[in-house]
Ligand binder design. Structure first.
Ligand code: HEM
Length: 520
């Protein structure tokens, strides 16, 4: 009979052997992973993960490890791509296995954002949602019927800016929100006071950002924590999660209930939701439509606002570019009317300007993480199943000097009137493969309209301090999934009396419909 002490020694040795064998196996496996920094035992590179300006942090990986690198956080592998061709080879060419999203235990499962398209797993429900949404906004012909909404809302934007030139950025957001809620639910926002639905969706979207902050929620690193009782230390996330979840569901459910009532009465303004409901849907399809509709506002408003705010900042800092764009508008459109979407093919410099705004500061600098669904090999390196894949759009594609010479110079000439235009930024700023942005055409049309209408009638310039000295804004952008310019001073004024004349009667000529806020 072995004594207890022998048993303990044997047990410990056995346990140790298993741990050592596992570490050796992991080491062998690690050898074929893309290169990366050494990590600590168990937690890996957890403490090296950036909290902000991720793109600058990950850009250093290109110098240290090359176009593709790896870090480990606990048992999760994160693959960082710092090169366009690698991104295309994996996320485009092999998109059948690179189109999942990470699960985000807190934001996705607890708060319920995995029901919305952006965090959905790559499954049948997601594919159906994407099919519905793509059919409504995914192509040039699909968005053609939406142009009257886009044009009229952009005209209202001009009229509001004329009334209060200090409200440009606020009104960019309002105009984007109005367009997307019209298209998603046929809902007219209240412009005389804070609108209930806008408040609901804006609040939910702020909570989305909090819920997806890297390293903020312990449960994202230790998912089994959710099974511990609520009185256990570190369970605060459950209480916050319940509040966020209620807000998330309320912003998705209430506008659909509104549309249902409108459809029953036969008084709805046609929208994505009403068009789908009128087809007669089962409960499953209705749920898909509800969250698909929510993706339009959620996916479109903040992104478009960030890109158009970047445009305004670039106009302040690059008056010669603004002048050239205005010369084109004056030559092609003249002074007697505002530009519209039919004018787009005849305004190539404006088109180049749109592209340069996208390139100069891709507003989703790290895109949205993808996830690979099976082990894959690339240039003899293993990309293990379930790895999170991040593409550094900002630093090493948009600012790769090999692709864009002198990348920190804002210059639409890269894409204008040249035999050798530089790489079209549209090919990467909207993401890759089967998860690429479904709102690309709509976003471009919105941006083109606002940029060309605004430059037709307004000059955007530097603000002046109390002594009359011009203030040059700093070129500073915020961090996060969607990156906005930090607040900056500037001036907007009508270019001429003719220009003012074109804008001042917009509300009388096109009276806005009554708001639906009371019917929500
Ligand atoms: C300047 C404007 C915009 C930019 C730069 C942009 C960029 C992006 C990027 C980089 C992604 C992630 C793609 C990937 O995972 O590979 C994305 C996803 C998405 N975008 Fe946009 N976007 C813009 C506007 C819009 C608009 C106007 C809408 C809708 C009206 C929209 C709806 C979505 C949705 C629903 C997703 C998730 C797609 C999925 O997970 O399959 N976006 N966008």
């Amino acid at each position: 009979m072995l004594q207890d002490s022998h048993l303990i020694v044997l047990g410990l040795s056995g346990g140790l052997a298993v741990v050592v064998l596992r570490l050796i196996a992991q080491k062998i496996r690690n050898h074929s992973l893309p290169p990366g920094p050494d990590g600590l035992p168990i937690v890996g590179n957890m403490f090296d993960m950036p909290k902000d300006y991720e793109w600058e942090h990950w850009a250093k990986h290109r110098e240290l490890y090359g176009p593709i690198s790896t870090v480990n956080v606990l048992s999760t592998r994160v693959i960082i791509i710092n090169d366009l061709q690698t991104a295309i080879d994996l996320l485009e060419t092999r998109s059948s296995i690179y189109s999942n999203r990470p699960t985000f235990p807190f934001a996705g499962e607890i708060v319920g954002w995995n029901r919305q398209m952006i965090l959905s797993q790559y499954d049948d429900r997601f594919r159906l949602m994407r099919k519905y949404v793509k059919a409504y906004i995914g192509t040039k012909s699909a968005i053609a019927p939406h142009r009257s909404v886009q044009e009229i809302e952009t005209k209202y934007f001009l009229a509001r800016v004329l009334e209060d030139p200090s409200s440009v950025i606020e009104n960019i957001r309002r105009s984007a929100g109005s367009i997307f809620l019209k298209l998603s639910h046929g809902y007219a926002i209240d412009t005389s006071r804070p609108d209930k639905l806008v408040e609901l969706v804006e609040n939910a979207s702020k909570e989305f950002h909090t819920a997806t902050l890297p390293g903020e929620w312990l449960i994202d690193s230790i998912p089994w924590m959710r099974y511990l009782p609520e009185w256990w230390p570190g369970q605060h996330f459950k209480k916050v999660g319940r509040v966020f979840r209620n807000h998330n569901f309320e912003q998705a459910v209430r506008p659909v209930e509104f549309v249902k009532r409108q459809v029953e009465k036969g008084i709805e303004v046609p929208s994505f939701t009403s068009t789908m409901l009128r087809q007669g849907l089962n409960d499953y399809e209705e749920d898909v439509v509800q969250w698909g509709a929510n993706s339009l506002y959620g996916g479109g408003t903040d992104t478009t606002t960030a890109a158009l705010t970047t445009f305004v900042l670039m106009m302040v800092l690059n008056p010669e570019v603004q002048k050239k764009a205005q010369e084109e508008l004056d030559t092609v459109i003249g002074h007697g009317r505002l530009p519209n979407l039919d004018d787009r093919p005849r305004l190539p410099y404006m088109e180049a300007l749109l592209n340069e705004v996208h390139r100069y500061h891709p507003i989703g600098p790290m895109g949205i993480p993808h996830c690979v669904t099976q082990d894959d090999y690339y240039n003899d390196m293993l990309i293990p199943k379930d790895s999170i894949v991040l593409v550094n759009l900002w630093w090493l594609i948009a600012h790769d000097p090999k692709i864009y010479p002198d990348p920190h110079r804002f210059d639409p000439g890269r894409f204008y009137n040249t035999e050798k235009p530089q790489l079209d930024p549209q090919s990467f700023v909207f993401g890759f493969g089967r998860r690429a942005c479904p709102g690309k055409e709509l976003a471009n049309a919105n941006m083109f309209l606002l940029m060309s209408m605004m430059l037709s009638v307004f000059d955007i310039s530097k603000a002046r301090d109390a002594d009359g000295v011009e203030i040059t804004p700093k070129l500073e952008f915020g961090s996060g999934t969607v990156s906005h310019p930090k607040p900056f001073p500037f001036n907007v004024k009508p270019r001429s009396e003719d220009a003012e004349e074109l804008v001042k009667n917009i509300f009388e000529d096109y009276p806005p419909p009554p708001t639906n806020a009371e019917d929500l």
